[in-house]
Structure formats: C-alpha cells, structure tokens
Design a protein around this ligand. Structure first.
Ligand code: AMP
Length: 196
C-alpha cells in the first residue's frame, strides 16, 4: 500500500499516519521528521534546511525529493509506505510519480484531511503545550507567527495538489474536523473501498 496524506499543517496527518503504521505494518515517511533529524544531526542537508524551516517556508524540492528517493529504497518500504507531508509542491508530486514509475510500483490512494483553517492555529498551540507538558522539545515552527507562514505556503504551493490528484482519480477526502478515532475510521473505510 502506497499512500499519501494531504492536508494543511495541523490537520492531523502525523497522528493518523502513526495509527496507520500500526494497522498496516508499513512505515510513515514524514519529510518534516526526516528534516528535523537532519537538523539535529547537523548534516549538510540539516544546515541548509534549518533557517527555511524555522521561517515556516518550504525546503527546496531537490533536497526533499532526494531524501524521499533514498528512503523508499530501504527494505522496510518494500511492502509500502505512508507519505506524510510529502509531496508538498507540484514538482514534488511529479517526482513521486517518476520515482514510483521507475520502481514499477503504483500509488494506491491520496487522502486529504479537510479541516477548518480557524481551528488549525489552536491545534498547533495545543501541540506545543502538550509537547512541553510531556517534557519533549517544542518545535520552533509551532507558534502562531510562523504558523501563518506555513499556512500561506500550504495554500500557495500544496493546495494545488488536490486538483492534481483529483484529475488522476486518486483523491479521497475525509473530514479532518471529526474526532481522532472518527477520522481513523473514515480513513480505514476509504482504504477498504480503494482495495476493492
Ligand atoms: P512538517 O513536520 O510536515 O510540518 O514540516 C515541517 C517543515 O519542514 C515545513 O514547514 C518545511 O519547512 C519542511 N518540510 C517538510 N516537508 C517538506 C516538503 N515535502 N517540502 C518542503 N519542505 C518540507
């Protein structure tokens, strides 16, 4: 199963991806997590990405495409993977298509979590508070000012992907404003329908 989760920052892609990992036994490939790990490790990619991420802008297509192309060749991706936060631009979407075609594999589904923008800032603030309460590091970009930029980037560069995948007959939408369990149930329903 090769799956893409689409939706703005704070839509719940990461939470749902983690649940799908358990359910489907395939890994979650979060480019955000991979980039944060690179920043933490101080790699060349991390050094180039850090300021861009802190500003809430998108890292270059070339960097993220290379990270994903390398990651999907790891053995744990052989049975499939869940792309979370990637692709985020039309260039990246074309890159995914080329990567999969080169490997002779198909994309099964693209699920968009549809959410109300007004709720998103609140979710991000809560995510930062929860991380702090759990003694975990708080993401530098999880604050209202940077979030505004992340949302602008989303509308400028990522939102067009819904049309891109709709035109390919791949897009499924799920109400991301429902409870976490209800969203998971809805995604599972969509996946069952896709498998039919
Ligand atoms: P996320 O954890 O998905 O919210 O991503 C955090 C940040 O990492 C984003 O605001 C971008 O700066 C960067 N990033 C993550 N995924 C991508 C991507 N597919 N393309 C470009 N930048 C990305």
């Amino acid at each position: 199963m090769r799956l893409i989760l689409l939706g703005p920052p704070g839509a719940g892609k990461g939470t749902q991806a983690q649940r799908l990992v358990e359910k489907l036994g395939i890994p979650q490939l979060s480019t955000g997590d991979m980039l944060r790990a690179a920043v933490q490790a101080g790699t060349e990619v991390g050094k180039r990405a850090k300021a861009v991420m802190d500003a809430g802008e998108l890292v270059s297509d070339a960097i993220v495409n290379a990270i994903v192309a390398e990651r999907i060749d790891q053995p744990d991706c052989a049975r499939g993977f869940i792309l979370d936060g990637y692709p985020r631009t039309l260039v990246q979407a074309d890159a995914v298509e080329a990567m999969l075609a080169e490997r002779g594999i198909a994309l099964d589904s693209v699920i968009e979590l549809v959410v109300d923008d007004k709720a998103l800032v609140g979710r991000i603030v809560k995510r930062a508070e929860d991380a702090q309460a759990a003694g975990q590091p708080v993401r530098k970009d999880d604050n209202p000012a940077v979030f505004e930029e992340r949302l602008r980037e989303y509308y400028k560069k990522t939102a067009p992907l819904t049309g891109y995948y709709y035109a390919k007959g791949k897009l499924k939408t799920v109400d991301g404003m429902a409870s976490i369990d209800a969203v998971t149930a809805e995604i599972e329903k969509v996946l069952l329908e896709t498998a039919r």
